[in-house]
Design a protein around this ligand. Structure first.
Ligand SMILES: Cc1cc2nc3c(=O)[nH]c(=O)nc-3n(C[C@H](O)[C@H](O)[C@H](O)COP(=O)(O)O)c2cc1C
Length: 193
């Protein structure tokens, strides 16, 4: 029986399945059904060394004031550095930037060796080839269980006309070049990004 004729039709059987067992594997797999972009968030530590990590928890928050957020795992080696940082930059990766994404998804080490970057606000590294970049002042930090949610106020941003990298189901994906938008963003309420 059809229960939804607004967008795609959905079989009732799909909606009424048994709830999944609450283990880390199942939970992560279900969360992976929500496609995201991929970012590298960067800052400088107290000695001035560049620090960065791959993160897909980025989200837009507010237009006025301009706020964004991402969440950092408490066990990350760079956790204390980001908690103390007064500025950070979010590099939204462009299609094909898997190598740098993987490089910054490994704990510690010299992630910046032979990587080209420029210095943004507070010296936070900005990489070439991105789809967008946001330079932020730390605005607030909230408990998020085994993560902390970091909210940044965007002081400067840049955007290029190139496809973003997509992450879903634990894999990097590319948007198909002939993908057509379903509706024009101009028709939508301003609260949608
Ligand atoms: C696609 C992708 C997205 C990720 N998103 C996050 C995230 O949002 N927050 C986080 O804390 N770690 C995230 N990670 C894991 C970190 O990149 C990884 O733990 C990294 O080693 C942290 O660096 P550090 O230990 O040197 O601080 C992600 C990894 C990948 C591959």
């Amino acid at each position: 029986m059809r229960i939804n004729d607004v967008s795609e039709t959905v079989e009732r059987e799909d909606q009424a399945g048994e709830p999944e067992t609450f283990d880390a594997f199942n939970f992560r797999r279900a969360l992976g059904a929500f496609p995201t972009g991929v970012t590298i968030v960067t800052t400088r530590d107290e000695a001035g060394a560049p620090v960065g990590m791959t993160a897909n928890s980025f989200s837009s928050v507010s237009l006025d004031p301009p706020l964004i957020l991402w969440s950092i795992m408490r066990s990350a080696l760079s956790f204390e550095t980001f908690m103390r940082a007064s500025t950070f930059a979010v590099n939204i990766l462009g299609e094909g930037q898997q190598d740098i994404s993987n490089r910054f998804a490994r704990p510690g080490g010299d992630k910046f060796a032979s990587v080209k970057f420029e210095n943004g606000l507070g010296g936070a590294p900005l990489f070439p080839g991105c789809a967008a970049q946001f330079e932020c002042q730390m605005h607030n930090q909230f408990d998020g269980g085994d993560h902390v949610i970091l909210v940044g106020e965007v002081k400067t941003f840049r955007h290029w006309d190139r496809s973003s990298m997509v992450f879903t189901g634990g894999r990097y994906r590319a948007l198909s070049p002939d993908e057509k938008p379903q509706s024009f963003i101009e028709d939508w309420p301003i609260s949608f990004f």
